[in-house]
Design a protein around this ligand. Structure first.
Ligand code: M6R
Length: 634
């Protein structure tokens, strides 16, 4: 019954921001403002319920509401929180248990109304702990596992009189993944957090400090952050941040500067984050390429701190990722195998460790993750390292767990991705994979420097071409609006067009709630073609006619096959490809590019299509039902 959530905490001087409205019933105190604003920024992490607790006077005050954060806002207006020095806030994606007011966080611990706690993750041994507490007379107000931690903490506080020591004494008894944040009315100048397997970062202010499940929680106030490691406890006061391990040893955390600016996490006039992020794709690709070539045009990946001799010796690459990131990996496989001649597999991270994969020191495991917090991917990385493999992570979030636990990281510089449906991170991930593939090819002598240089030039030209696709978006938007009542859409592609087809289908499922499937076009005749009926919409991603072998003509045949059976064919083709016109209801042209790089262009109309169709249906494209941005439980 744990949750995957957004969490935020603030501690400052009681007078901060309170001077305008000094009475205890005033709204707009700094603590409430900061925590509420953080929750708004973190809502993409979960939107089943939201709540805030602040230390006000002799008690901890809690407001919480099921549903989206606007419900909490209404509650705060009806029943304002008091002036406070410290606060914690939580926005929930329920893994089990109803998203009710009672199950919303924060949870109170004990009976004196002095302690509140929020939790992200799953406490796996909550059932015996709850039974023990109930046997001792504790009454529970919710069905959550999290409330167990609140009561345990209250009991420990009663013995120790110090929140940090109390936290340290309870974490040893908790199993599973958790970030816990707590406040206590007797220590109103502090928030204490504990972290195991779930994300938590510290934001450093002046006379105030912050905690967040990611930097978006406090980006409005500071860009200086501290990374926390596994099994660490942090205590923030207005003027100090102290970190210890669960065992009580002092830790000096690494400080880093967050180069995302606050504006990057705003909609900037776009109707949705998703639309904004689709339009940021030229920059996401350009920024991912930035600084990775020498003045003479050679590729350098300074961040890949793995012994070059070892990289020369690897005989297998396994890409592990989930969802869209896994499709980026599938695109990467074609490029890496072609350029480096290293056998490359792509595996869904949640399947990876359970099949007991064959790994050794010559295996390079490449994890791909926008958030850097996806639990399935993290567990795959841990498993791979335990087996002696080297791990490189391709990640968009600095300070996140997966890069921390990898041997090396290549950051995608896409900037914060807020919409649950991944778009710009996908393009940046593919770009980073190309860089890795080219780097390995250069290092291992599979390609001469001038060959690598030519492909890099082709890559440098991609952002402008994506812009062209965006400039021509109206055609695909109109197609989407006309298909508002469509029940099912199929997507076909071959070679690198196959993962593009699957990504197109995923986008449509997750934000427009339309049944969609992506197929390898060659597989059609082996079964799926039976689905084709009069009017069935089929997107086909056609490879370049100038590309390899007879791939283009085979895909054109596939279009004819589905059309002959009544399909409505919507074709994405390279500009100038007249051959598809006769078989397509609509042709969406994208600029020419080398075949292996084509996914960076071909997927863009599919993203626009889903976004526009979901918008036409009146759906919330940024926060689709049942989903959360970071899947931090397995
Ligand atoms: O943060 P990650 O890249 O590790 O997330 C992986 C998937 O959960 C993610 O790509 C998901 O499939 C998106 N909602 C797709 O739009």
């Amino acid at each position: 019954m744990g949750d995957m959530c957004g969490i935020v905490a603030y501690v400052g001087k009681p007078a901060n921001g309170a001077s305008a409205k000094p009475d205890a019933s005033a709204q707009g105190t700094r603590a409430v403002e900061v925590v509420y604003a953080g929750l708004e920024r973190l809502e993409y992490r979960g939107y089943d319920s939201a709540g805030i607790a602040v230390v006000g006077g002799d008690a901890v005050e809690v407001r919480k509401k099921s549903g989206k954060i606007v419900n909490l806002k209404a509650e705060l207006t009806a029943d304002p929180l008091p002036v406070a020095s410290a606060g914690i806030g939580h926005t929930r994606w329920a893994t089990h248990g109803a998203p009710t007011d009672a199950n919303a966080h924060p949870h109170r611990g004990g009976t004196d109304g002095k302690l509140a706690l929020i939790h992200n993750g799953i406490i796996e041994n909550y059932a015996p702990l709850r039974a023990q507490l109930e046997a001792g007379g504790v009454e529970f107000a919710s069905q959550t596992d999290s409330e167990v931690a609140a009561h345990l903490l209250a009991k420990a506080y009663a013995k120790t009189g110090d929140l940090t020591t109390a936290m340290q004494s309870i974490v040893a008894n908790l199993e599973g993944a958790f970030t816990l944040l707590a406040v206590h009315a007797d220590q109103p100048d502090r928030v204490v957090g504990a972290r195991r397997n779930s994300p938590l970062v510290v934001g450093l202010g002046e006379g105030e400090n912050y905690l967040g499940s990611d930097v978006a929680a406090f980006i409005d106030y500071t860009r200086e952050a501290l990374e926390l490691g596994q099994d660490e406890i942090v205590t923030i006061t207005p003027d100090s941040v102290e970190v210890i391990t669960f065992a009580g040893e002092s830790v000096t955390p690494r400080q880093y500067h967050v180069d995302w600016d606050a504006a990057a996490a705003q909609k900037d006039g776009y109707p949705s984050f998703m639309e904004k992020e689709i339009h940021e794709q030229p920059k996401a690709v350009a920024d991912t390429l930035l600084g990775r070539t020498t003045p003479s045009g050679e590729l350098k990946l300074d961040e890949l701190h793995i012994d070059p001799a070892l990289l020369r010796s690897i005989d297998k690459i396994i890409v592990v990722a989930c969802g869209t990131a896994a499709y980026a990996g599938q695109v990467a496989r074609y490029a890496i195998e072609h350029w480096c001649r290293i056998p490359t597999e792509v595996e869904l991270a949640h399947e990876f460790r359970y099949r007991d994969p064959v790994l050794n020191s010559k295996t390079l495991v490449v994890s791909i993750s926008q958030s850097g917090e996806t639990m399935d991917t993290l567990m795959a990385v841990r498993h791979a390292r335990e087996q002696g493999a080297k791990c490189v992570s391709i990640c968009n979030t600095r300070g996140s767990t997966i890069p921390r636990e990898s041997d090396a990281v290549i950051y995608t510089n896409a900037g914060p991705e807020i919409a649950v449906a991944s778009t710009k991170a996908f393009l940046a991930q593919i770009t980073a994979c190309y860089l890795l593939g080219l780097f390995l090819a250069q290092l291992r002598g599979n390609k001469y420097a001038d060959e690598v240089g030519r492909i890099l030039e082709d890559l440098q030209a991609i952002p402008a071409k994506i812009q062209t696709v965006l400039d021509n978006a109206e055609q695909v938007k109109q197609i989407a609006r006309d298909m508002e009542s469509t029940q099912s859409v199929l997507f076909l592609g071959r070679h690198v067009g196959y993962p593009v087809a699957m990504e197109g289908a995923l986008k449509l499922k997750e934000i427009a709630y339309i049944h969609a499937e992506g197929f390898a076009a060659g597989e059609l005749k082996h079964g799926p073609i039976a689905l084709i009926d009069e009017g069935q919409a089929v997107f086909v991603i056609v490879p370049s006619p100038h590309g390899r072998d007879s791939l283009h003509s085979k895909v054109v045949s596939n279009i004819q096959e589905v059309r002959a059976r009544g399909a409505r064919t919507l074709v994405i083709a390279e500009e100038g490809d007249e051959s598809v016109k006769a078989y397509a209801e609509e042709v969406i042209y994208v600029p020419k590019s080398p075949s292996l790089l084509a996914p960076l262009l071909g997927v863009v109309p599919l993203q626009i299509f889903s976004c526009e169709l979901a918008t036409a249906k009146g759906l919330d494209v940024d926060q689709p039902r049942n989903l959360a941005k970071s899947v931090t439980v397995e």
